[in-house]
Design a protein around this ligand. Sequence first.
Ligand SMILES: [Cu+2]
Length: 159
Amino acid sequence: MKKLTPTLFAAALMLSPATISAQPDNTNTEKKVDQEVVVEANDQMQFNKKAFEIKAGDTIKLTLKHVGKLPKIAMGHNLVILQKGTNLAGWASKAMTAAATNYIPVDETSKKALIAKTKVLGGGESDSITFSIKEAGEYQYLCSFPGHFALMQGKITVK
Ligand SMILES: [Cu+2]
C-alpha cells in the first residue's frame, strides 16, 4: 500500500489536467442561465403571472411554485409550454385523459407541440426546468391538470 499510494497519486495528478481541459467542451450539464422566471400557482386555480417575455435562444430557468395547501390529487398544478400555433383547448382536452402520463398526452401531434413541462405539484411543492426557444413569436403555457387550463394559462413573448 505504501508503495502504491504515491504512484496512484502521481497518476491522478497526471490525469486531472486532461480531465479538466476536456470539460468545458464536452459537458453541457451546467448551462449558463440567462433569465430566471418564477411562476406561482395557488389553491384558487390561478397562476400569478399571465405573461412574460424572453429573448430568443436564451436559456431560461423557470420555477413553478405551488403556494397553496391542497394536495396534488385535488389541486395539482403543472406548467406546460406549447409550440406557437398549437390549439390550446385541443391539447388540453387530450391532456385531461392522460392521467397515466401526468396529464401530458403522448400521441405524436401532442408530443411535437410540447416545448417544456414541469412536474405536477401539490401544495407547498416546487419544480424548476430550463428551456430555450429559438424562434421569436408568441407561445402559450397552461396547467394541464383536468379542468384547469381555462383559468390557468399565459403567454410567453419571445423577442
Ligand atoms: Cu392547475
